[in-house]
Design a binder for this molecule. Sequence first.
Ligand code: ADP
Length: 685
Amino acid sequence: MTVAASPYPSLPVRPRSALRSRRWLLWGALLLLVALLLGVLVFLAREYEESRDQAAVERDAAAVASDIRSALIRNVQTLQSLHSVVPTPDSWMAPASEVLARHREMVRLEWRDNATSLIASRNTPYMAEPFGSMGREAALPDMRQACEAARRLSGPAFSPSYFWPMREGMGMEFMEMCLPVVRAGAPNGFLVATYSLPGILDELGNKDMLRGHGLAFTEADGTRLAVHSAIQGDRRVLRASTLLDLPGNSLMLQLESPRVSRTGFYGLFPNMLTAVVGALSLALLAVMAMLGRDMRRRQRAEHNLADALAFRNAMENSLVTGLRARDMQGRVTYVNPAFCQMVGFGPEELIGTGLPAPWWPPELVDEYQQRQAVRLAGQTLPREGYESMFQRKDGTRFPVLIIEAPLIDAQGIQTGYMSAIVDMTEQRRVEDLNRTSQERLQATARLATVGEMASLLSHELNQPLAAISSYATGTLNLLDGPIAGLPQADLQLAMRRIGEQADRAGRVIKSVADFVRRREHVREAVAPAALVDAIQPLLNLQAKKQDIRLQISVADDCPSVLCDRTMVEQVLLNLARNGMQAMPIGDPVSQSGLRVLSLRVALLRQQSAGRAHKRWVEFTVTDHGEGMSPEVQNKLFTPFFTTKAEGMGLGLSLCRTVIEQHGGALVHEPALPRGTVFRFTLPAG
Ligand code: ADP
């Protein structure tokens, strides 16, 4: 079998686990890259912020240095003003004290003739004996160096700073400034100011700007010489050093600024830029997570779709029903493998073809075109389908059943028709087979009916013929005597009986023929007594022959029954005759005085619920013969079953058929003390 290819592309066969691990790998790589990128971004942002802060600190340090230098230069001018008028050592003292009071950074002012001889001096009022313990001499070399430089420069000059120990292990870093004093164009000694470095830091820096900052003079190696303030604790600080260039000496100024440190979220993102980058990164991660979730959903949907497609393909390929879809113009848009196999064309030969379709037999094209026109005109399609004839590619024809339904798309618009096509070839073959075998069966049944009729006739005619024969024998016996003494009345009776039995035989033939042909029987209302009366002469004849007493009773209130009279008479005759045959001459019953056959007719009193609306008359035939063994009971109604040498075995089966055709039932049970009871019911008229 060649299976036509599905017009739908099948998904590439690749193990799902491999796809999944590959996808995870890609996702992992993407996440790693994004995390790296974000890390670098945050790092760069922090670096940028830090360098910006550092630059700001350096700017501040330069500003502080410039402030201090300007203040020192202003101080030089202040000091020069001490000598603007020619002072005497005494008149010098008061302005000098004033200057010292205003400038805490200066600890001592001296007016010297030269480096060695002192003209006048004054100490700061804020410090008791700055040079108290050691004497001023120890500082002279520094001062001299400064004055030497001042003379060379013809301007103020500073000495290198030096540590001046004080009481109680304390000490202070001092620095000398020497200013040559000129009077009337000629040098007139020096003015020496001793600065304390902590004083410079405390007094000359911009106090507002320095709040919260650390400021110190340091050596080149970072050793602190004087400290204005230091940042407490182990907070992270930014440091900037700048050179405070003074004539004759340079000092290293160090500014410390606490790094802007915040707690919590802001601690993690110490500045706005980093925070923004961080927030953007978080947003990016969130978007990625959402994308990932969306992708997972899509993948699930894709898997489901692939499963559904595979399921559909499997279903299509396993279908034996052909499927075909057409658009509204009648062009084929889809065929399944079963349809291709049915018509012998490949899907590529069918898809896209319009009308007339390639599978239409040429002589039926006109008819089919009309059918299509009706359908395209919007006529409703019969749900149970319609039969049609298709032609295979090789030209052979086959009958099909087509069931069509409109194709509705997702928007609810009809886009064409979907047809299911069933190949009816096999069904037709089976139907043909059934028909011929049915015909054969009917012929056989007719033959069987003929046989059945023949056997029934021979069975049922036995009795009237036997009766005629015995009446004829009796008549002949009478005729043997003298003509004069012939009993006229007896002869007439015998001849009438012969006539009656001949009539009866005729009726039997007719009703047996009717019965066998299953014709609708003529039912008439007959009084039960009339039925019994009709067969009584025959029963009497046989009973007398077998020395059996007949007990016949018909209830007074018994209504007439609706029946085929002759057939019911035959049933009664059959049952009574069977009963009598069960009590042959010589049977032990003879001695017990039970040689009785009773026939009773009465209205059935116990009515079952289902038959409540109908009244039934019950006929009972009781004998006291040998009864029936279980084997006999099992086969009782089987045609041709008999235990008698001359029996036909058709009586009871016929009786049951007749009673059931009347809607009644024939049953039997053992009689007491012995024998059998047969009962049957007939509907009351
Ligand atoms: P036939 O009388 O020709 O044998 P039936 O169909 O009437 O055919 O009866 C079939 C068999 O059922 C009989 O041969 C007999 O053995 C048994 N049978 C029928 N009626 C009685 C009866 N009343 N008592 C005992 N046996 C009976």
